[in-house]
Write a protein that binds this ligand. Structure first.
Ligand code: NI
Ligand code: NI
Length: 135
């Protein structure tokens, strides 16, 4: 991979804030911080424009509400093409946490997350996505 050096002019409060961010987030260098910020922007663009993503959906739910466990399973089967793996842990007497590892079109992943979120008994359902082809 060819690496090019690019010059970035920054000054005043923007540079000061950037250096504080580099220090507080623990980046080893300004360059590493910039690369990470660019990748984050690329992922955000993928989120908005659509396309292939990989990531997770985290769900917290009360398993004793209605048929929620059953409904969550049904939803997952509706989207089985986008789900690579799942993990489940019991948080307490009534509460469960489940993580789905997902891969597919952004639209599908968001659709699945919102269909899980709107089920009665589900307290939380959010996706975290990245691009599988992030440079
Ligand atoms: Ni199943
Ligand atoms: Ni459980």
């Amino acid at each position: 991979m060819a690496v090019e050096r690019i010059g970035v002019s920054l000054g005043g409060p923007l540079l000061e804030e950037f250096d504080r961010l580099v220090a507080s987030e623990g980046f080893p260098s300004r360059s590493e911080a910039l690369r990470e910020l660019i990748r984050r922007a690329l992922v955000r663009r993928r989120r908005e424009a659509g396309g292939k993503v990989v990531g997770t959906i985290t769900i917290v739910y009360r398993h004793d509400v209605g048929m929620v466990t059953h409904r969550i399973l049904h939803r997952q089967h509706d989207f089985m093409g986008s789900i690579r793996a799942t993990a489940h842990t019991h948080l307490g007497e009534e509460t469960c946490l489940e993580v789905l590892i997902v891969e597919g079109e952004m639209r599908q992943v968001e659709d699945l997350a919102s269909r899980l979120r709107t089920l009665k008994g589900v307290l939380f359902a959010e996706s975290v996505v990245a691009r599988p082809d992030l440079p």
